[in-house]
Design a protein around this ligand. Structure first.
Ligand SMILES: [Fe+2]
Length: 199
């Protein structure tokens, strides 16, 4: 397993720079994704929202005020993330902890986006790149990630064994994981088509 990458570096590995250069606070790195130089990341498979450089300077997410954060509200509205809850993953707080941790670390995909906003603690998302190699993404407080439907991934805690994360969803949540291999699923086909278009 290679070393963990920041969310921004991981995104750059997944979607190499096609337009614009890595400079300024907001960097357009593909037709489908956007990231911020402050390491906050949204990885949108399609219909990304783009902002001009610097427009988010004063409007970044603030994990300390997630209950009343206009920036979070804005993203939820723009992306139609109508549903949310908060999950705390640690031994004392999560029922069936051992079983859940094992399940999160099984390589799987979903039929919908998986959206996580780290409010406290940290962990790793591992995702597959175009060559089917793992990319380890270090997720820390204030990072938001949207994994596209159909991408193989897994999640694990780091040595702190603690993360508190907001889970967001469009409509009623469906968390069903489809363990690999699940290449026959429509979501997988669509994701591969998206990758081919981005190449
Ligand atoms: Fe997942």
């Amino acid at each position: 397993m290679p070393g963990a990458l920041s969310v921004k570096s991981a995104l750059l590995r997944l979607f190499p720079v096609r337009s614009g250069k890595l400079a300024g606070r907001t960097v357009r790195i593909s037709p489908h994704a956007e990231c911020w130089s402050t390491e906050r990341l949204c990885l949108f498979p399609r219909a990304a929202f783009f902002k001009g450089r610097g427009t988010r300077e004063d409007s970044l997410l603030d994990a300390d005020k997630y209950e009343n954060d206009p920036e979070l509200e804005k993203i939820r509205k723009e992306r139609n993330y109508s549903w949310m809850d908060i999950i705390t993953i640690c031994k004392d707080k999560l029922p069936n902890y051992e079983e859940k941790i094992k399940m999160f670390f099984e390589e799987h995909l979903h039929l919908d986006e998986e959206i996580r906003y780290i409010l406290d603690g940290s962990g790793y998302f591992d995702v597959r790149d175009q060559e089917d190699r793992w990319i380890r993404i270090s997720m820390e407080k204030g990072d938001m990630i949207t994994l596209p439907a159909g991408i193989y991934h897994r999640f694990t805690l780091d040595e702190k064994n603690y993360v508190k994360a907001m889970r967001l969803f469009v409509g009623d949540p469906v968390w069903t994981p489809y363990n690999r291999p699940s290449d026959h699923l429509e979501a997988r086909t669509q994701y591969l088509e998206f990758l081919a278009q981005s190449a």
